[in-house]
Design a protein around this ligand. Structure first.
Ligand SMILES: Cc1cc2nc3c(=O)[nH]c(=O)nc-3n(C[C@H](O)[C@H](O)[C@H](O)COP(=O)(O)OP(=O)(O)OC[C@H]3O[C@@H](n4cnc5c(N)ncnc54)[C@H](O)[C@@H]3O)c2cc1C
Ligand code: FES
Ligand code: FES
Length: 1339
C-alpha cells in the first residue's frame, strides 16, 4: 500500500460526460469513477484509509474534519492555503487543489511537526478525537503566518470544538508560536499580565513563578517554514498551461459540471436553470445532507476570473461573487486602513460580523455570492449589504443588469430576483458619506461560530450635519423567514432630529412593523422582540456618541454611565496558570509518579495515528447497520411497511422485534429495557428496526424508506410538571432525613420557599456511538469492537441477545473519543442489535451513528426541578432545609434512580445543615431516556442548594459568600447519612481561593464598575465544593489488572479501565513503572478487553484511576514479591513470570431504609471564584476570570489532573450558561447538532483561568494518596452561573427591582436579557399564555 501524505486532487479534465477522474496523490494514485455525491471526508476515511481526519458532525460545525486546501492562482502567481471542512467538500470541487491532511503534516513514522509536538506536550489532548482538526487549523495558520498574533490564533481555533480539554492547554501550545508567548497578550484596557497593578488589584502570579511548569518549551522543535511540503509543481504547471474547458462528472444520480469560463457557466445555467451554482457548498451541502434536498445537476464554476474581481471605483468597491468570505474579510481590512473612516462605515460593520460569522473553515469555503443568494433568515451580511445600498451585478445570455440588494430581493420577490438563467457576478458596496453612519449588531447563544438569534444592520444619513434624519435603513435577521427591513418605520422617522423622542417613537414603530407571533419558529420570541429595539437603542447611543465627537457644541452626547453600552464583549486573548506542588526532591528521578507526564497517546492523537472504532479498516464482506427510529412521542405502531426499503439495491436485511423474539429486552438496573419496539413507542427516537445493507449510504437511504403508520396515544408526558401531575414516577420517593426539620422551622427567624429548573445536557462526545461486530465463524464466537465505557455490559447484553455464554463474546475497546457517561446503556442496546445482525448473516456489521441520530436517540443529563424550603436566622445561619428533587428520566429507567440517589446524597454540598429532609423522584416521561453524565446528579443537586443559599443571602442582605462560609462544614463533622467528614481542607480551599482570586478587592472593584456603568454589569461569585467519591456499593468499587512480564523484560499491563481521554492508561503505566522500578518506556498498554480482564466495572464516577491503579499496584507488588528472591540471587537475570491479581477496591454501602451508610470513600474539596461581565441590552456575557483551588491529595500526574479540572469546569460552564436543549411540544428534539446546540468554544474560556492545588495531605486509602478528579470540576462551572446572577441582581437593583430573582439554568443570553428588565422589556408586546402553541417547551 502506498503511504499517502499529501493528497493532490488533480486534472479531472473530461469534456465529455464521462465518469472518470484522476486523483493524484503525491505518489500518483489514480481514481476512476468519481461520484459527484461523495464528500472529501468519507473519501479520505473509507476509500483512502486516511482516518486521521475525523467525522464529528458532517455539517461544518465542529472542525474535526479540518484539512488544508492549497490553490495556486496563475494570475497572481500566489498560493493560497486555507482550512476547510472535509465533510462539506465535494471531491469534484477540488480540481487543481492540493489537500493536506493530518497524515501529511507529520507522523511518528517519519517526523512529527512542531504543531503536533507542542499540542501533545502542552497536554492539549485528552480523548484526542478533536485533535487532528485542531492541528490542521493551527498548521494552516502557521503556513500563512509563522508568527501569528493571539487574535489570529483564537480566530483560527474558532471553528474547532473540543469537549474534553477546556481549550486552555491548546491555546498554551499555540501561543508558543506567537512572537511574545511569555505574555498573556491581554491588551484589554491597554494592560497585560506584565503590567502590574491593573485596577490597583494585586496581579495573579504567573505559574512559572510559583510552581514548576507543566511542559518545557526548551525541548520543542523549532518551527522551520522551509521544511514544509511545497505546493506540487505539477499543479502549478497545470494551472498555468492547461487549456481551460468545462469538466463534467457523471455519477449514479448526479451530474457535476465545472465550467471554467463565464461563457461556459452561462451556457450551463441556460441548459440547467434549476441547477444550483455550488461555490463553497456550505449552504447547498447541509440542505442535501440534513434536509433531504436533491439536485440531479450541480454547476460549480472553477477559477472563473470575473467571479473574483476586486475593483476600487470612485463610489465604492466591487467584489466578485466567487470570493470567499475570508477573502472579503482580508480585502475590507486592507481597505479600511487606506481610506478615511467616513467612507468605510459599511466596511467596518461588515468586518465586525465577518469576525464572528461561523468558523475560519466555513469563512474560507463560503462565497460572498453563495451567502447573498442563499438568503438565510439569519444571514449576518445581508442586513448590512441591504442597508448599505449595495447592488448586484447579474449576467445572463441576454446580457448584464444590475439589481438592488433590497427587501424585495431578500424576500425573493420574482420581479427583484435573479432570473433562472442568470448568475451573480459581483457586488457593489458603496462608500459611506460624511454624516452617514452604519452599524452591525448580533446576539447569538455563543460569542463565536453560532448563528445569530437576531442580527441587524442599521444606517442613518444626516446630510450636511444638522442632526436631522435624511435617510434611515434598518434590517433584521432572525425575526422572519428571511432578512426583514423596517422600511415603513424608517420612512416615518425621516426628518426627525436624533433625540430621545425619536428613539421612543422608533422603538414603537419598529415593534409594530417587525412583529413576531408567539409561535414563531426558533422560539425566544420575547427575547427577539426585545433585541430588535435594544439594538436600535445601541445604534442610537453609538450615533449620538459620534455626533458628539464631530460637533461637541451641538450634540451633548451620552452620559458617562452609558458609554460602556457600546463596547462589545469579546474574550479573545486568554491566559491561564496552573499551580501544583513539585515532587519531593528526594523522589528518584526515574519515578514518574507526581510528574506531569504527557498523555500516552498524545503524539498519536496529534498525528491522527490513534485508532478509534470507526478507523478500523473495512473488513471483507462487511455490512452497515442504520436504525429506523420513532417519530412520535407516544403511539401505537399500526403498521410497518418494509417492502420499499427491502427492494433497494444493497439492502440485505431489516432487523425487527420479530427477529429478536425472546431476547428483545435486557436490564441493567432492575427494569428491563426493550431493544426494538414495533408495537408501542414511548418517545421520539426510540429504536424501531434496523436496516442492514452493503454500504452506509445504502443502509441510510433504505432506512428513510421504511414506512410506519402510527396511532397517537395519550397521555404524552414531556415535562417534569406534567409527570408530577400524572404521578408518573419510576418508583416511590427516595428520602434522607437528619435532625428534626419540622421543629427547626418553628424556631427560625425567616422561612423562604423557592424553586429552580435546570435544563438537561447533551454529552456531545466528539466520537459518536460506534461499534463493529465481527463473527469469528467458529464456536459462535464474536468480537465486538465498540466505543464504550463498559465492555462487560456490552459483553453481557450481546451474549444474552445471541443466547450464548459470556465466554463466547469478547469486547474490545482501544480508546474512546469522549464518553462522559453516555456510552453505557444505549451503546449496549445498539451493540446487541448490531451483533445480532452480524451473527444472523455471518458477516461483520458496523454501526456508526451520525451526530443528529446520536443526539436524538441517546438522551443526556437529566433536567431537574428543585423545590426548597429553608429556615434561617437573620444572620444567615440555615437551621432547616426541606428539599424536593424531580428529574426528567425519559421513557425508560436507565440510571435515573441512581442519579436521584447520588443527587440526594450530595445535596448538602459543602454545608452542614443541622436539620434537613431531602426527597427525590425520577419522572417517567415520553422523552428519550436520560442517563449518566459527568457528575451524575451532583451538578443539578448542587445548583439547587447553592441557589437556595443565594436567595437566603439576599433575604438577609448579606453576600452569598458570607452565608456560604457561615454554613460550611468545619473540621470533623458528620454528613446527613452519618458518614464522618474531615472538612479541614474544605475550609483551606475556600480561604486559598479567596486569597488567590483577591476576592475582597475584586468585589469592591466590581461594585465600583457597576456604579459607573448602567448597561454593563459585572458579577463575582465563589462556590465551595465537597465532592464525595465512591460508587455506593462495594461490588461496584472493585477493579482488576493483569500484568505480564516478558522474558525480554518488557511489561504489558491490562486493566479494566477505559481510556476515554482522562489519561487512565498513562497513570497506570506510571504506577507500574514506580512499582516495578523500571522506566515507563518498558511498559506497554494495548487497550481494554473482556478477554484479559473479566467482569470489570463501568469506567466512570471519578474512580477509574483510583481502583484500577490499586489493582495494577497490587499486581506489580505481588509479582515483585515472587521475583525478589530470584532477583536478589541473580540481579542480572531475566524476568519470567506473569500474574493476574484482582485487587480489593473500596468498601461502600448505603442503607436507604435507615438513611445511613458509608457510600463514599473520600471527599474531594475545592472552590472556584468567577467574574463575568454582562451586557444588559443583549444578554451577552463574558467570562473574565476564574480561579479554582482543589484539594486533590498527591497528584499522580498534575498535567492530567489540571486537564480534568479545567475540562470539567468548562463543560459545567456550558451546562449552566449556554447549552440548551430544545424540544417541540410534540417531544421532538430540535437541537441535533453543533449548529443548534452550543457547547463552549475557545472564545468562551475565561480570559484568565487559574488552577491551583492545595498542598497535599495524606489520604491513606487511596492510590498514593491521590484523589479522583474526573467529575468534581463540572459543578464549579456554576460559579459562572452565580457570577451572572450577581451581575443581573446589580442591574435590577439599579432599576429599583428589589424583589426575589428567579433565574433558571442554563442562564442563556435570553434569560439574562429578560431578567435585566428596563423600558425596552416593558415596551414589547407580550402574548397571553395559552393563546398560542409555542415552538418549544421547557422539559
Ligand atoms: C457551520 C456553518 C456555520 C455558519 N455560520 C454562519 C453565521 O454565523 N452567520 C451567517 O451569516 N452564515 C453562517 N453560515 C451560512 C454561510 O454563510 C452560508 O452557507 C454561505 O455563505 C453560503 O456560501 P456558499 O458559497 O457555501 O454557498 P453554496 O452552498 O455554494 O451556494 C448557495 C446558493 O447560492 C447560489 N449561488 C452561489 N453563487 C452564486 C452565483 N454566483 N450566482 C447565482 N447563484 C449563486 C447557489 O445556486 C445556491 O443556491 C454558516 C454555515 C455553516 C455550514
Ligand atoms: S465533521 Fe466536518 S465540521 Fe464536523
Ligand atoms: S480532546 Fe478534544 S474532544 Fe476530546
Amino acid at each position: 500500500m502506498v503511504t499517502l501524505e499529501n493528497i493532490t486532487h488533480h486534472d479531472i479534465s473530461i469534456c465529455r460526460p464521462l465518469d472518470a477522474a484522476v486523483l493524484l496523490l503525491c505518489c500518483q494514485v489514480i481514481e476512476k469513477n468519481v461520484d459527484p455525491e461523495t464528500m472529501l471526508l468519507p473519501y479520505l476515511r473509507k476509500k483512502l484509509q486516511l482516518t486521521g481526519t475525523k467525522y464529528g458532525c458532517g455539517g461544518g460545525g465542529c472542525g474535526a474534519c479540518t484539512v488544508m486546501i492549497s490553490r495556486y492562482n496563475p494570475i497572481t502567481k500566489r498560493i493560497r492555503h486555507y482550512p476547510a471542512n472535509a465533510c462539506l467538500l465535494p471531491i469534484c470541487s477540488l480540481h487543481g487543489a492540493a489537500v493536506t491532511t493530518v497524515e501529511g503534516v507529520g507522523s511518528t513514522k517519519a517526523r512529527i511537526h512542531p504543531v503536533q509536538e507542542r499540542i501533545a506536550k502542552c497536554h492539549g489532548t485528552q480523548c484526542g478525537f478533536c485533535t487532528p482538526g485542531m492541528v490542521m487549523s493551527i498548521y494552516t495558520l502557521l503556513r500563512n503566518h509563522p508568527e501569528p498574533t493571539l487574535d489570529q490564533l483564537t480566530d483560527a481555533l474558532g471553528g474547532n470544538l473540543c469537549r474534553c480539554t477546556g481549550y486552555r492547554p491548546i491555546i498554551d501550545a499555540c501561543k508558543t508560536f506567537c512572537k511574545t508567548s511569555g505574555c498573556c497578550q491581554s491588551k484589554e484596557n491597554g494592560v497585560c499580565c506584565l503590567d502590574q497593578g491593573i485596577n490597583e488589584l494585586p496581579e495573579f502570579e504567573e505559574g512559572n513563578k510559583t510552581s514548576p511548569k507543566l511542559f518545557s518549551e526548551e525541548e520543542f522543535l523549532p518551527l522551520d517554514p522551509t521544511q514544509e511540503l511545497i505546493f506540487p509543481p505539477e499543479l502549478m504547471i497545470m494551472a498555468e498551461k492547461q487549456p481551460q474547458r468545462t469538466r463534467v462528472f457523471v455519477g449514479d444520480r448526479m451530474t457535476w459540471i465545472s465550467p471554467v469560463t463565464l461563457k461556459e457557466l452561462l451556457e450551463a445555467k441556460v441548459k440547467y436553470p434549476q441547477a444550483p451554482i455550488v461555490m463553497g457548498n456550505t449552504s447547498v451541502g447541509p440542505e442535501v445532507k440534513f434536509k433531504g434536498a436533491f439536485h440531479p445537476v450541480i454547476i460549480s464554476p472553477d477559477c472563473i476570473e470575473e467571479l473574483s474581481v476586486v475593483n476600487h471605483a470612485d463610489d465604492g468597491l466591487t467584489l466578485g461573487a466567487g470570493l470567499s468570505l475570508a477573502q472579503v474579510k482580508e480585502i475590507l481590512a486592507e481597505v479600511i486602513q487606506k481610506l478615511p473612516e467616513e467612507k468605510t462605515q459599511t466596511y467596518h460593520a461588515l468586518l465586525k460580523h465577518l469576525g464572528t460569522l461561523a468558523g475560519c473553515q466555513i469563512r474560507n469555503m463560503a462565497s460572498l455570492g453563495g451567502h447573498i443568494v442563499s438568503r438565510h433568515l439569519d444571514s449576518d451580511l445581508n442586513p448590512l449589504l441591504a442597508v448599505g445600498n449595495c447592488t448586484l451585478n447579474l449576467l445572463s445570455k441576454e446580457g448584464e443588469r444590475q439589481i438592488p440588494l433590497n427587501e424585495q430581493f431578500l424576500t425573493k420577490c420574482p420581479s427583484a430576483d435573479l432570473k433562472p438563467g442568470e448568475i451573480l457576478v459581483s457586488v457593489n458596496i458603496p462608500y459611506s458619506r460624511k454624516w452617514e453612519f452604519v452599524s452591525a449588531f448580533r446576539q447569538a447563544q455563543r460569542q463565536q461560530n453560532a448563528l445569530a438569534i437576531v442580527n441587524s444592520g442599521m444606517r442613518v444619513f444626516f446630510g450636511a450635519g444638522g442632526g436631522i434624519i435624511r435617510e434611515l435603513s434598518i434590517a433584521y435577521g432572525g425575526v422572519g423567514p428571511t432578512t426583514i427591513c423596517a422600511k415603513n418605520s424608517c420612512q416615518k422617522l425621516i426628518g426627525r432630529p436624533w433625540n430621545e423622542e425619536m428613539l421612543d417613537a422608533a422603538c414603537r414603530l419598529i415593534l409594530d412593523e417587525v412583529s413576531l407571533p408567539g409561535w414563531a419558529p426558533g422560539g425566544k420570541v420575547e427575547f427577539k422582540r426585545t433585541l430588535v429595539i435594544s439594538f436600535f437603542f445601541k445604534f442610537y447611543l453609538k450615533v449620538s456618541q459620534i455626533l458628539k465627537t464631530m460637533d461637541p457644541v451641538r450634540y451633548p452626547g451620552l452620559a458617562d454611565k452609558y458609554e460602556s453600552a457600546l463596547e462589545d464583549l469579546h474574550s479573545r486573548n486568554h491566559w491561564g496558570t496552573s499551580k501544583y506542588q513539585d515532587v519531593d526532591p528526594k523522589q528518584l528521578p526515574q519515578d514518574p509518579i507526581g510528574r506531569p507526564i504527557m498523555h500516552l497517546s498524545g503524539i498519536k492523537h496529534t498525528t491522527g495515528e490513534a485508532i478509534y472504532c470507526d478507523d478500523m479498516p473495512v473488513l471483507d464482506g462487511e455490512l452497515f447497520l442504520a436504525f429506523v427510529t420513532s417519530s412520535r412521542a407516544h403511539a401505537e405502531i399500526v403498521s410497518i411497511d418494509l417492502s420499499e426499503a427491502l427492494s433497494l439495491p444493497g439492502v440485505v436485511d431489516i432487523v425487527t422485534e420479530e427477529d429478536l423474539r425472546g431476547v428483545n429486552s435486557f436490564g441493567l438496573l432492575g427494569e428491563p429495557e426493550k431493544l426494538l419496539e414495533t408495537q408501542e413507542v414511548f418517545c421520539v427516537g426510540q429504536l424501531v428496526c434496523a436496516v442492514v445493507a452493503d454500504s452506509e449510504v445504502q443502509a441510510k437511504r433504505a432506512a428513510k424508506r421504511v414506512k410506519i403508520v402510527y396511532q397517537d396515544l395519550e397521555p404524552v408526558i414531556l415535562t417534569i410538571e406534567e409527570a408530577i401531575r400524572h404521578h408518573s414516577f419510576f418508583h416511590g420517593e427516595r428520602k434522607l432525613e437528619y435532625g428534626n426539620v419540622d421543629e427547626a422551622f418553628k424556631v427560625v427567624d425567616q422561612i423562604l420557599e423557592g424553586e429552580i429548573h435546570m435544563g438537561g445536557q447533551e454529552h456531545f462526545y466528539m466520537e459518536t456511538q460506534s461499534m463493529l461486530a465481527v463473527p469469528k465463524g467458529e464456536d459462535q464466537e464474536m468480537d465486538v469492537y465498540v466505543s464504550s465505557q463498559f465492555p462487560k455490559y456490552i459483553q453481557d447484553i450481546v451474549a444474552a441477545t445471541l443466547k450464548v455464554p459470556a465466554n463466547k463474546i469478547m469486547c474490545h475497546v482501544k480508546r474512546v473519543g469522549g464518553a462522559f457517561g453516555g456510552k453505557v446503556t444505549k451503546t449496549g442496546i445498539m451493540a446487541a442489535i448490531t451483533a445480532f445482525a452480524a451473527n444472523k448473516h455471518g458477516r461483520p456489521v458496523r454501526c456508526i451513528l451520525e451526530r443528529g441520530e446520536d443526539m436524538l436517540i441517546t438522551g443526556g443529563r437529566h433536567p431537574y426541578l428543585g423545590k426548597y424550603k429553608a429556615g434561617f436566622m437573620n444572620d444567615g445561619r440555615i437551621l432547616a432545609l426541606d428539599v424536593e428533587h424531580y428529574c426528567n428520566g425519559g421513557a425508560t429507567l436507565d440510571e435515573s434512580l441512581f442519579v436521584i440517589e447520588i443527587g440526594l446524597l450530595k445535596v448538602d454540598n459543602a454545608y452542614k445543615f443541622p436539620n434537613l429532609r431531602f426527597r427525590g423522584w425520577a419522572c417517567r416521561t415520553n422523552l428519550p431516556s436520560n442517563t449518566a453524565l459527568r457528575g451524575f446528579g451532583f451538578p443539578q443537586s448542587g445548583l439547587i442548594t447553592e441557589n437556595c443559599i443565594t436567595e437566603v443571602a439576599a433575604k438577609c442582605g448579606l453576600s452569598p459568600e458570607k452565608v456560604r462560609m457561615m454554613n460550611m462544614y468545619k473540621e470533623i463533622d458528620q454528613t446527613p447519612y452519618k458518614q464522618e467528614i474531615d472538612a479541614t481542607n474544605l475550609t483551606q480551599c475556600w480561604k486559598e481561593c479567596m486569597a488567590t482570586s483577591s476576592y475582597s478587592l475584586r468585589k469592591v472593584a466590581v461594585e465600583k464598575f457597576n456604579s459607573e456603568n448602567y448597561w454593563k454589569k459585572k458579577g463575582l461569585a465563589m462556590v465551595p465544593l465537597k465532592f464525595p467519591v465512591g460508587v455506593l456499593s462495594t461490588a461496584a468499587a472493585q477493579a482488576a489488572a493483569l500484568v505480564h512480564i516478558y522474558l525480554d523484560g518488557s511489561v504489558l499491563v491490562t486493566h479494566g479501565g477505559i481510556e476515554m481521554g482522562q489519561g487512565v492508561h498513562t497513570k497506570m503505566i506510571q504506577v507500574a513503572s514506580r512499582e516495578l522500578r523500571m522506566p515507563m518506556s518498558n511498559v506497554h498498554l494495548r487497550g481494554t478487553s473482556t478477554e484479559t480482564v473479566p467482569n470489570a466495572n463501568v469506567s466512570g464516577g471519578s474512580v477509574v484511576a483510583d481502583l484500577n491503579g490499586l489493582a495494577v499496584k497490587d499486581a506489580c507488588q505481588t509479582l515483585l514479591k515472587r521475583l525478589e528472591p530470584i532477583i536478589s540471587k541473580n540481579p542480572k537475570g531475566t524476568w519470567k513470570d506473569w500474574n493476574s491479581v484482582s485487587s480489593r477496591g473500596y468498601e461502600s454501602h448505603m442503607n436507604w431504609e435507615t438513611g445511613e451508610g458509608h457510600p463514599f470513600e473520600y471527599f474531594v474539596f475545592g472552590a472556584a471564584c468567577s467574574e463575568v461581565e454582562i451586557d444588559c441590552l443583549t444578554g451577552a456575557h463574558k467570562n473574565i476570570r476564574t480561579d479554582i483551588v482543589m484539594d486533590i491529595g498527591h497528584s499522580i500526574n498534575p498535567a492530567l489532573d489540571v486537564g480534568q479540572i479545567e475540562g470539567a469546569f468548562i463543560q459545567g460552564m456550558g451546562l449552566y450558561t449556554i447549552e440548551e436543549l430544545k424540544y417541540s411540544p410534540q417531544g421532538v428534539l430540535y437541537t441535533r447538532g453543533p449548529d443548534q446546540y452550543k457547547i463552549p468554544a475557545v472564545s468562551d474560556v475565561p480570559t484568565e483561568l487559574h488552577v491551583s492545588f492545595l498542598p497535599p495531605s495524606q489520604n491513606s486509602n487511596t492510590l498514593y494518596s491521590s484523589k479522583g478528579l474526573g467529575e468534581p470540576g463540572v459543578f464549579l462551572g456554576c460559579s459562572v452561573f452565580f457570577a451572572i446572577h450577581d451581575a443581573v441582581r446589580a442591574a435590577r437593583q439599579e432599576r429599583g427591582l428589589l424583589g426575589p430573582l428567579k433565574l433558571d439554568s442554563p442562564l442563556t443570553p435570553e434569560k439574562i436579557r429578560m431578567a435585566c428588565e428596563d423600558k425596552f422589556t416593558k415596551m414589547i408586546p407580550r402574548d397571553e399564555p395559552g393563546s398560542y402553541v409555542p415552538w418549544n417547551i421547557p422539559v
